[in-house]
Design a protein around this ligand. Structure first.
Ligand code: URP
Ligand code: ZN
Ligand code: ZN
Length: 457
């Protein structure tokens, strides 16, 4: 099957030019101007951008958490991702205490197999670092699971002590893996949560009020310091606080390989959302929490100046019924919110159209840079001959009103309900196959493949 995408504006992290793209089989084979080549299908991209498919390196499909399970599985979640212009996700497998990493990986491979409509990879969440597990890390890296998420938060569930964190960091110095850190001081937060509940402070907003910015900044600083001692890179996930960003900036200014992502929720929502009436604030309960509104400008600045290298979603949706597990006790509200489908449009609308970031930087933050950091480049993350034909034809003038009713994520609310965005996904190819055609899903559950990622050089 061949597809010719004609007359669009091709945008990569570095270039923007008028051109045609020929796709043969799973790959991009030719890029040129006014290509006179016969193809099985011609897509008219006039007036539209032709972008590398979005890469979301932080999703949680079908994840058991807080006494329930995230609402999207690999089928609904990846179909929603495709609607939003994302063609690859990197999700998280979880190693529970006493478990082998390979058993955890197998569990998540089974969750995705036959369901994912786009390509996927896995990070491994490690909770129990024995000697045997350390050895297993090496094997996983060789098998394409090249990154490991550790938690400095959630004591008794996911949290790891500094010694174990340090051992894991040291190991990645040998095996070429990358440590991704959930950087919040879990011990301090636990004390604040217990104190708040004892004082009868049970409403959703106390989730945010018991997770201060300094608890994120301290953990971010500590994580980077441990990586510096171990002499390895580190990637901070879902960075939300300007005070945490300062720690990353300071480290990068000293030349350290400290990387960080933020997420649309921290760019477009704020603490004020927790003050919505009744139990509405629970919609925004996630960790780290939403911050004060003035943080947004500082995060945008970090994105523009490359102190932040990626925008992922931390997509982890729970329906309102599940959120109500925390009626009368904010600490029991499952943490997480939907986002995999709305990332590209929100960032284009609120970032590119407002002049906060360039079109090239948009592509870099949503595709190229995560592909490079997580061993997917140049297979994915760019428009180039030989790369996978993961392509988004993006309409810069398309308008959409975000609403749970019309979006495709399997969740009964949307944090951006009613917000109008300009800039929509029109057509999407995943490894050369049409998955979204003029806004409609035409792909197949199960067509997505596990992608073996490369280790750091
Ligand atoms: O609230 C969040 N972030 N839920 C997902 C789990 C995590 O820590 O990423
Ligand atoms: Zn996390
Ligand atoms: Zn997460």
């Amino acid at each position: 099957m061949s597809i010719l995408i004609k007359g669009g504006t091709i945008v990569t992290a570095t270039d923007q030019y008028a051109g045609d793209v020929l796709v043969e089989g799973e790959k991009i084979t030719v890029i040129g101007s006014a290509l006179a080549i016969q193809a099985d299908r011609v897509i008219d991209a006039k007036g539209k951008y032709v972008l590398p498919g979005g890469i979301d390196v932080h999703t949680h499909m079908d994840m058991p958490f807080g006494g329930t399970t995230s609402a999207d599985d690999f089928q609904t979640g990846t179909i929603a991702a495709a609607h939003g212009g994302t063609t690859t996700i990197v999700d998280f497998a979880i190693q529970y205490k006493g478990q082998r990493l390979h058993d955890a990986w197998e569990t998540w491979m089974k969750k995705a197999d036959g369901k994912a409509a786009i390509d996927y990879g896995f990070h491994m969440i490690m909770t129990d670092l024995t000697d045997q597990v350390e050895e297993e890390m090496d094997a996983l890296v060789r098998q394409g699971v090249t990154s490991f998420k550790l938690f400095m938060a959630y004591p008794g569930v996911f949290m790891m002590d500094d010694a174990s964190i340090f051992r894991a960091l040291l190991r990645t110095g040998k095996n070429g893996g990358t440590i991704c850190m959930h950087a919040e001081n879990g011990g301090v937060i636990d004390v604040l949560v217990k104190k708040a509940l004892a004082e009868g402070k049970t409403a959703p907003k106390y989730h945010a009020l018991t997770r201060p910015v300094r608890a994120e900044a301290e953990a971010t600083h500590r994580a980077i310091a441990l990586a510096e001692i171990a002499d390895v890179p580190i990637y901070i996930v879902h960075l939300s606080a300007a005070e945490a960003l300062e720690m990353v900036t300071e480290a990068r200014d000293r030349g350290l390989p400290a990387y960080a992502e933020t997420c649309p929720q921290y760019l477009f929502l704020s603490y004020d959302n927790y003050e919505e009436p009744g139990f509405e604030g629970s919609k925004y309960v996630m960790s780290p929490p939403l911050r004060m509104k003035d943080t947004q400008d500082r995060l945008w600045r970090g994105l523009a100046f490359n102190d932040l290298q990626a925008i992922s979603t931390d997509h982890c949706p729970f329906c309102m019924k599940e959120k109500h597990l925390g009626d009368g006790d904010f600490s029991k509200i499952p943490n997480g919110a939907p986002g995999v489908e709305t990332r590209m449009s929100l960032v284009y609308d609120g970032g590119v159209r407002t002049g906060k970031i360039s079109m090239n930087r948009f592509v870099e933050l949503t595709s190229t840079s995560p592909a490079k950091i997580f061993g997917l480049f140049p297979k994915k993350g760019t428009i180039a001959p030989g790369s996978d034909a993961d392509i988004v034809v993006f309409d810069p003038n398309g308008k959409q009103t975000l609403s749970a009713k019309t979006l495709h994520m399997n969740v009964d609310y949307n944090p951006y309900e009613g917000r109008e965005v300009t800039g929509t996904t029109h057509t999407v190819l995943s490894r050369g196959k049409l998955v979204i055609d003029d806004g409609k899903f035409v792909g197949k559950a199960g067509a997505g493949s596990f992608i073996k990622r490369s280790a750091r050089a």
